[in-house]
Design a protein around this ligand. Structure first.
Ligand code: ASP
Length: 589
C-alpha cells in the first residue's frame, strides 16, 4: 500500500495512529539531532520528523534526501510542540519509522513554491515540475470543476453534448487556419476548426435542438498574452429560439458557474447596445466595475476659438473623481506622454481641474471659468474632480479615451478584486467595411443574421445601407473581458447567399466552400442561434487573472511553441514525400 492518508488529512485526533504517506520531498531542515521534511502531494503538506535519538541510521538516510525525491514513509502521528496555524495539518507531525525512496530526483531548475524563481520559459519547459506547484494545480483543478458544472447545467437544460470533427475544410473567412496535409489525397489539406460553427448549425438542421460541446478550437493568429493557438470553447447552439431565449439560457449558465465555483450570486445582467457602448465607453467590452462614462463636449467646446477642438470631429472626456489635487502639472505631463506613446497615439490631453481656488485648465486661455464650469456640470463634477478631454476623429478618439479611462481606473484602484460586473452587449453591426481590401467583412461571422427589421434593407439596399445593418449578435462581457459571443443565424438559403455575395464570395466560391450548409438550408432548417464562451478566459476571469496560460495544463509560448515537447518541429523528407509535399531542398531535414 502506498498510502493510508493524503498529505492534507491528518489532524490532532489522529495522534497515536500509525499511517503510511507517499509524496514528494518539498523542503528539508536539518537541526542536528532532528531532521524535518515537508512531504507534499496534490492535497497538501505533512511534516515528517526523523529523530537522531530514536533511529540514527534512519535519520542519517533522511538527511541525504534531495528536493523532489519521491518517498513512502510509515510512522506515528504525534502532536507538534511548535504548531503551524497556517497549515491544515499544522498541529501534527509524523514520527517516521520506515522510509523508502520510490524515486530519486535531480535538483529542479526552479523552486516549486508559491512564488517560484523560475521564468516563464523555464517553467514551460519543465511544465511537469511547474504543475507540482499548488497555485498551478489549483487552477487546473478549478478548470476541471468548471467543465463539470458546465456539463451539469447544460445537460439539465436538455443540451446534448456532441463531438464534431477536428479534420475539416479550410475556409478563407475569419482567422488563418492551421492545415493538415492528407496522405491519401495528395496535395489536399484538412484544416483544424476555428470553431465548430457550421457543424453545430447542421446539427440543428439534423433536429438535435440543443447542442453543446467543450471543444478545442484552432486559430493561427499572432499571439498576445491572452491568446493561444489552440484554446477551448463552451460551444452551444439552440433551435426555435430568439435572442432573448439565448441570453436567458447563458445568463443562467454564467450565474450557475459563479455560484458553483465561487459561491457568488450575480444579479441580472445589464444590457447595452453596441452603439451606446462605443459612445459611452469607447469599447465594445466596457469594464463596468467603475463608472467614468464618456461625455461628449462638441456643443460646448467648439466655436470658442480653440482651433484644435474646432477642427475636431469629436471632443470627448471623462471625469476622474477626486483627482484634481492628485495630479501636479508634472503628473499631467507624464500622463500626456503616456497617451502619446505610439500604442495609443493621442496628440495631446486637455485637463480641467475643479479646485478650492477655482477652475484650472490647460485651455484656460480659450474658455472662461463659466464655460469650464458648464463642462463640469455635464459630468456632475464637484470640487476636487478633474476632467480629461481628448479630441480628433470619432473612432480613434473614443478608442484612446477608452485606454485612458481604463488606466485611470487602474490608478485609482477602481478595478476591485472579487468584484464581477457582467454585461450583454447587443446589436453589433453586421458588416465592417475594410478600406484596405475594399470589401466587407462579417463583424461576427458570415452565418449571423441581420436584425429582422434589416432583412429587407439587406436584400435590396445600396452599399451605404449595408454599412448600417445591425446584426442579431451579442457578446457577454465581464469586467472588460469578452467572455463569449454569438448570434441568431441566417436559416434561409437566399439570405445566406446574399451575405456571401456581400462578403465578396462569387457564387462558385460560396458553393465550393459552404455548399453543404446552403444545401442543408433547403431541407427544412429550423430558426436557430447560439453562442460560444471562451472557456480558458472564463477560468481566468473567475480567478481575477489576466493570462489564460495559467489555466491550461500545457500552454504554448508567445511564439506558438510548446517548450516542453519542442513543437513545432521539422519532419523528415520521407514523411514529406509520403504526403506529397515538395519543400525546397534546403528546408528539408
Ligand atoms: N462560432 C462563434 C465563435 O467562435 C460563436 C458563435 O457564433 O456561436 O466566435
Amino acid at each position: 500500500m502506498y498510502r493510508t492518508h493524503k498529505c492534507s488529512e491528518l489532524r490532532i485526533e489522529h495522534v497515536g495512529q500509525e499511517v503510511t504517506l507517499s509524496g514528494w520531498l518539498a523542503t528539508s531542515r536539518d537541526l542536528g539531532g532532528m531532521t524535518f521534511i515537508d512531504l507534499r502531494d496534490r492535497y497538501g503538506i505533512t511534516q515528517l520528523l526523523f529523530n537522531m535519538d530514536d533511529d540514527a541510521d534512519l535519520c542519517g538516510r533522511a538527511r541525504k534526501l534531495g528536493r523532489e525525491f519521491v518517498l513512502r514513509i510509515t510512522g506515528v502521528v504525534s502532536e507538534r510542540s511548535s504548531k503551524n496555524p497556517n497549515r491544515p495539518t499544522g498541529d501534527i507531525e509524523i514520527q517516521v519509522k520506515t522510509l523508502e525512496v520510490l524515486n530519486a530526483a535531480k535538483t529542479p531548475p526552479f523552486t516549486i513554491e508559491e512564488n517560484t524563481d523560475g521564468g516563464d520559459d523555464l517553467r514551460m519547459k519543465y511544465r511537469y515540475l511547474d504543475l507540482r506547484r499548488d497555485k498551478v494545480q489549483k487552477n487546473i483543478i478549478f478548470r476541471s470543476n468548471l467543465a463539470l458544472e458546465t456539463r451539469k447545467y447544460l445537460t439539465s437544460q436538455d443540451f446534448v453534448e456532441v463531438e464534431t470533427p477536428f479534420l475539416i475544410k479550410s475556409t478563407p473567412e475569419g482567422a488563418r487556419d492551421f492545415v493538415v496535409p492528407s496522405r491519401m489525397n495528395k496535395g489536399q489539406f484538412y484544416a483544424l476548426p476555428q470553431s465548430p460553427q457550421t457543424f453545430k448549425q447542421i446539427l440543428m438542421v439534423g433536429g438535435l435542438d440543443k447542442y453543446f460541446q467543450i471543444v478545442k478550437c484552432f486559430r493561427d493568429e499572432d499571439l498576445r498574452a491572452d491568446r493561444q493557438p489552440e484554446f477551448t470553447q463552451i460551444d452551444c447552439e439552440m433551435s426555435f429560439v430568439t435572442q432573448e431565449d439565448i441570453l436567458n439560457t447563458f445568463e443562467g449558465l454564467t450565474k450557475h458557474l459563479f455560484k458553483a465555483t465561487l459561491g457568488k450570486e450575480l444579479g441580472d445582467f445589464p444590457r447595452m447596445f453596441y452603439d451606446d457602448a462605443m459612445k459611452l465607453y469607447g469599447s465594445d467590452k466596457p469594464d463596468l466595475r467603475f463608472d467614468m462614462q464618456f461625455v461628449e463636449l462638441n456643443d460646448v467646446a467648439k466655436g470658442k476659438g480653440f482651433g484644435v477642438f474646432d477642427s475636431a470631429e469629436l471632443v470627448v472626456g471623462i471625469c476622474a473623481k477626486g483627482q484634481a489635487t492628485e495630479y501636479s502639472n508634472k503628473d499631467i505631463k507624464k500622463l500626456t506622454e503616456w497617451m502619446q506613446r505610439p500604442q495609443i497615439g493621442a496628440k495631446g490631453l486637455v485637463y480641467v481641474k475643479f479646485t478650492a481656488d477655482g477652475v484650472k485648465s490647460s485651455v484656460g486661455k480659450f474658455y472662461s471659468d463659466e464655460d469650464l464650469q458648464a463642462w463640469g456640470k455635464l459630468y456632475g463634477a464637484e470640487e476636487g474632480d478633474m476632467l480629461l478631454v481628448l479630441s480628433g476623429e470619432t473612432e480613434k478618439t473614443r478608442k484612446r479615451l477608452n485606454e485612458l479611462r481604463l488606466e485611470m481606473g487602474r490608478r485609482m484602484g477602481l478595478m476591485k478584486e472579487g468584484d464581477f460586473k457582467p454585461l450583454w452587449v447587443l446589436d453589433f453591426p453586421l458588416l465592417e467595411w475594410d478600406e484596405d481590401s475594399n470589401r466587407f467583412h462579417a463583424m461576427h461571422h458570415p452565418f449571423t443574421s441581420p436584425k429582422k427589421n434589416d432583412v429587407e434593407r439587406m436584400l435590396n439596399g445600396d452599399h451605404e445601407t449595408m454599412k448600417a445593418l445591425r446584426a442579431d449578435a451579442y457578446d457577454l462581457v465581464i469586467n472588460g473581458v469578452e467572455i463569449g459571443g454569438g448570434s441568431i443565424r441566417i436559416h434561409d438559403r437566399e439570405l445566406q447567399s446574399k451575405n456571401f455575395d456581400l462578403l465578396g464570395f462569387t457564387k462558385e466560391e460560396a458553393e465550393a466552400q459552404f455548399g453543404f450548409l446552403l444545401g442543408a438550408f433547403e431541407y427544412g432548417a429550423p430558426p436557430h442561434g447560439g453562442i460560444a464562451f471562451g472557456f480558458d478566459r472564463l477560468c481566468a476571469v473567475l480567478n481575477g487573472q489576466n493570462s489564460i496560460r495559467d489555466f491550461i495544463a500545457f500552454p504554448k509560448n508567445n511564439q506558438g511553441r510548446d517548450m516542453m515537447i519542442d513543437a513545432p518541429s521539422p519532419i523528415h523528407g520521407e514523411q514529406l514525400e509520403e504526403l506529397g509535399i515538395d519543400l525546397k531542398k534546403e528546408e528539408v531535414v
